[in-house]
Design a protein around this ligand. Structure first.
Ligand code: ATP
Length: 206
């Protein structure tokens, strides 16, 4: 089995590339979703997160409101780092377990999609690292359209992350996503075929 780490700046197209890889036959593990699951279901982590950031991050139903939490952490680097310290070890364990389960099931290609894959040292979980890159202008434009965030909110998120230059130092493949969706798909198909020729074999739909 091949494990591909898929990372890139926010709005650079990771999820769009992952969706396309799923169509080609890869199994996707989305680190963001693992984080959401933990915040929803792990009472111990929830308690620690609320203790760290206050009841202001709760919605009227007492659930953690990720929008409110995001507002705090993306504007205060030390808060982001505290949240990451609480979440990342558990997220790592879950990602690792899932990878092993897929290996047991005989899956050919797993894609681990994680915005902070390089920053938090998850490269040890993957065989290859693919990095999506889009200009700040494109990422801003696309995210504002998709999520309804303001330019200020989007920039705070963009700038809380590693620069693309830093990330691509670790890359086995770069997916330049400044073009249209067809260009992105052509590049991803090319990488997928390269992988198949190296022996990662999930069935691809016709
Ligand atoms: P995040 O880290 O915030 O989850 P991401 O890197 O996963 O972001 P996507 O959600 O895949 O980024 O893409 C951001 C937005 O840009 C989406 O609305 C997506 O449909 C759009 N998008 C992605 N690639 C392209 C493209 N090549 N052309 C036009 N729009 C695109």
């Amino acid at each position: 089995m091949k494990v591909i780490g898929l990372t890139g700046g926010i709005g650079s197209g990771k999820s769009t590339v992952a969706q396309y890889l799923a169509k080609l036959g890869a199994v996707i593990i989305d680190a963001d979703k693992i984080g959401h699951e933990i915040l929803k279901s792990d009472a111990e982590v929830r308690r620690k997160v609320v203790a760290a950031f206050g009841r202001q991050i709760l919605d009227p139903g007492g659930e953690i409101d990720r929008q409110k939490l995001g507002e705090i952490v993306f504007n205060h680097p030390e808060s982001l780092s505290l949240l990451n310290q609480l979440m990342h070890p558990l997220m790592y364990d879950i990602a690792k377990t899932r990878i092993e389960e897929y290996r047991q099931q005989g899956v050919g290609v797993v894609v681990l999609e994680a915005a902070l894959l390089v920053e938090i040292g998850w490269t040890s979980l993957v065989d290859e690292l693919w990095v999506t890159v889009a200009s700040e202008a494109n990422a801003l434009k696309r995210l504002q359209k998709q999520r309804g965030l303001t330019e200020e909110q989007t920039l705070a998120r963009l700038r809380s992350q590693l620069s693309s230059e830093e990330r691509i130092k670790h890359a086995n493949a770069i997916i330049n996503n400044d073009g249209d969706l067809d260009e992105m798909k052509t590049r991803v198909r090319e990488l997928w075929l390269r992988l198949q020729s190296q022996g990662g074999r999930n069935s691809s739909p016709d």
